[in-house]
Design a protein around this ligand. Sequence first.
Ligand code: GDP
Ligand code: MG
Length: 178
Amino acid sequence: SESGSSCYRVVLIGEHGVGKSSLANIFAGVHDSIDSDCEVLGEDTYERTLMVDGESATVILLDMWDNKREGEWIREHCMQVGDAYLIVYSITDRASFEKASELRIQLRRVRQKEDIPIILVGNKSDLVRCREVSVAEGRACAVVFDCKFIETSAAVQHNVKELFEGIVRQVRLRRDSK
Ligand code: GDP
Ligand code: MG
C-alpha cells in the first residue's frame, strides 16, 4: 500500500450563480474529515483531507472559474490543471444546464486523450417549485457525456458530502485500473 495520502486537484466549473462557491464553502467545513480545520490556500482554493472508504485522500478544491479579475486565462488554466471536475448547473436554470453541456465538450477538446473523472452536478435541488431540469434529463445528459451524476443542495446540505466522496472514488477508479 502507498505511503501517505493521495492528493487530487478538483475544479468547480459552471455558470455564475449555480452554487459553486456555496458547495466550496461546505467543503471547507465538511464533517468527517481528518483535519479539524480546512486549509485555505488562496481566496478560492481549499485543501482538505477526507476519509473515503477507509482511505485518506487530500482534495485541493479550486473555485476560481468566475474570477474575472484574473482575466480569461484563468478558465484555460482551470481546464488544464484539474485531476477531476465538478460541472455544476442549477436545476432551476435551464440555460445553466445547457452551459454544462458546452463545458463538457470544451473539456473533452482541451484534455483529448485523457479519461478525466467528471461529475455532473444539478445543484439547488431544494427549490422544487422552481425546477426547470428534471432528474431524468440530468441523468440522461451524464450518460451521453460518460460521467457521473448527482443532485445536490448547498442550501440544505443535501448530498454535498456524497459529492466530494464521489469524486474521490472516481479518481481512484481510474488510477486503480491503470
Ligand atoms: P456561484 O456563482 O456558482 O459561485 O454561486 P454561489 O455559490 O455564489 O450561489 C449563488 C446564489 O445561489 C447564492 O445566493 C446562494 O445562496 C444560492 N444557492 C447556492 N446553492 C443553493 C442551493 O442549493 N439552494 C438554494 N436555494 N440556493 C442556493
Ligand atoms: Mg462563486
